[in-house]
Design a protein around this ligand. Structure first.
Ligand code: BG6
Length: 462
């Protein structure tokens, strides 16, 4: 079988500022919540490795861009760091940051690689978190101003902007499940953070359109299709709740310009609605995007709850469903995530059938594996499992496109092994192996496979 992709298909990968740059408090940069959290609780991070050095992109960007070229990338997504560009969050722009990002963008373009730029990838400046982070509407204003600074500085060359990467993750991690700072467990505060993030997104889109910058603006969402255990009405309802909370809470505002009434009714029923202001509806309506980035890693399987909830316990999403382990599911045991390739097709089909078939691309997909050293053959990691992972997902993506989905590209997470938040360097995702001691970069087998696939605009397989 030949899996050929449409002309000008985007082949590339994604990464983020904090996870790759290093120099997390040099070059005029201020601390993010990650720097502050690491300083106070280093034991929360795998092997106590923090964000200070990560993958040294700040120092090795030229060499890394040469590697992107070698991997036949025609596009590459990274993020700008708010705390590097505007260290106090709201005031002066840091000239060292401007010089760095200019150099990176110019070099990408010189190598024929289109830069895709995210404005916020989990890295809240600590100064803004001290003001309450996304719980405070002042931070929403400050974000819109930061966005404008970025459009003004780089908008002559950057034509693909993304306001947020996976905006639901800081909500889940910081305000429900304790894997991001500020480690709060409180649904109403989580809902406020999610709501204000949507407002921040829409404010940036409004700023972009008002400024008549060229190019397009979108958002990157991690979509986790919700599969019910059975067709029993209670299991279907459980899947619908999970979908409303984890997918449609961002998908509907950015594609339809409004929240699903069912979600609003649900939060109202449990007294969890955030405070709204009258002009918010207009603003949210203006946040409809030009391009959707889809991060897909795993499905979400649910069933109706087996037991009653404790009404004294804090309200949590799991009041509305239980997780379900499908017998025979395929797992990535290192990350603990199910691998389910058809999920990518189901997401695209849902977008085509229910959201007017928006322009989109796969902005992340990937497989984190522990101790890849054991797969070294002749000095190179032979990560055949990653080649299989990518090609199996690409087959389902190809099917989606052949049925009319407007999926314009495939970006892998990630180009080079990088720092995975609390998991630090436990699981490696890169096409390129990073030796943490020497900073040596060696292309893995999957990197070579990807370079060929990108060059041929597809691959041949049974
Ligand atoms: C996505 C994020 O959630 O998945 C990345 O955009 C992240 O920042 C990646 O690193 C892989 O997940 P993790 O938690 O294993 O790093």
């Amino acid at each position: 079988m030949k899996y050929l992709f449409p002309e000008n298909f985007w082949w590339g990968s994604a990464c983020s500022a904090l996870q790759t740059e290093g120099e997390s408090q040099q070059g005029g940069k201020s601390a993010t919540t990650w720097d502050a959290w690491y300083a106070s609780q280093p034991w929360r991070f795998h092997q106590q490795i923090g964000p200070q050095e990560t993958s040294t992109f700040y120092r090795h960007w030229r060499q890394d861009i040469a590697l992107l070229k070698q991997l036949n990338h025609n596009s590459f997504r990274t993020s700008l760091s708010w705390s590097r560009l505007i260290p106090d969050g709201t005031g002066e722009v840091n000239p060292q940051a401007v010089a760095f990002y200019n150099a990176v963008i110019d070099e990408l373009l010189a190598q024929g690689i289109t830069p895709f730029i995210t404005l916020f990838h989990f890295d809240m400046p600590m100064v803004m978190q001290e003001k309450g982070g996304w719980e405070n509407r002042e931070v929403v204003q400050a974000f819109a101003r930061y966005a404008q600074v970025c459009f003004d500085l780089f908008g002559d060359r950057v034509q693909h902007w993304f306001t947020f990467n996976e905006p639901i993750v800081p909500v889940e991690g910081g305000y429900l499940y304790d894997f991001h700072y500020p480690n709060v467990v409180d649904f109403k505060r989580a809902a406020t953070v999610a709501y204000h993030t949507v407002l921040a997104h829409a404010s940036a889109v409004r700023t972009f359109r008002a400024g008549h910058y060229s190019g397009e603006i979108g958002i990157v969402l991690n979509l986790t299709p919700s599969y019910p255990r059975s067709q029993h009405p209670m299991d279907l309802q459980a899947a619908n709740y999970a979908d409303l909370l984890f997918n449609r809470s961002f998908l509907d505002p950015v594609l339809r310009g409004e929240y699903p009434p069912e979600l609003v009714a649900l939060l109202k029923e449990y007294d969890q609605l955030p405070a709204c202001q009258p002009d918010d509806i207009t603003l949210i309506g203006e946040g409809v995007i030009d391009l959707l980035g889809i991060n897909y890693y795993q499905p979400r399987r649910v069933k109706c709850r087996d037991s009653a909830v404790n009404p004294q316990a804090p309200f949590m999403p799991e009041w509305l469903f239980d997780y379900y382990e499908m017998p025979g599911r395929k797992m990535n045991p290192y990350r603990g995530w199910e691998i389910y390739e058809p999920g990518i097709y189901d997401i695209l089909t849902n977008l085509r059938e229910n959201y007017g078939n928006p322009r989109c691309f796969i902005s992340e997909n990937g497989m984190g594996v522990e101790n890849e050293q054991r797969f070294i053959e002749n000095g190179q990691i032979n990560d055949s499992y990653r080649i299989e992972f990518v090609s199996e997902h690409l087959k389902w993506l190809h099917k989606g496109i052949s049925e009319g989905c407007q999926c314009l590209g495939y970006h892998m997470w990630t180009f080079i092994d990088n720092w995975s938040w609390c998991n630090a360097y436990k699981n490696r995702y890169g096409f390129v192996q990073l030796d943490l001691e020497t900073q040596q970069r060696i292309v893995k087998k999957s990197g070579e496979w990807f370079a060929n696939t990108a060059a041929l605009n597809g691959f041949i397989q049974d």
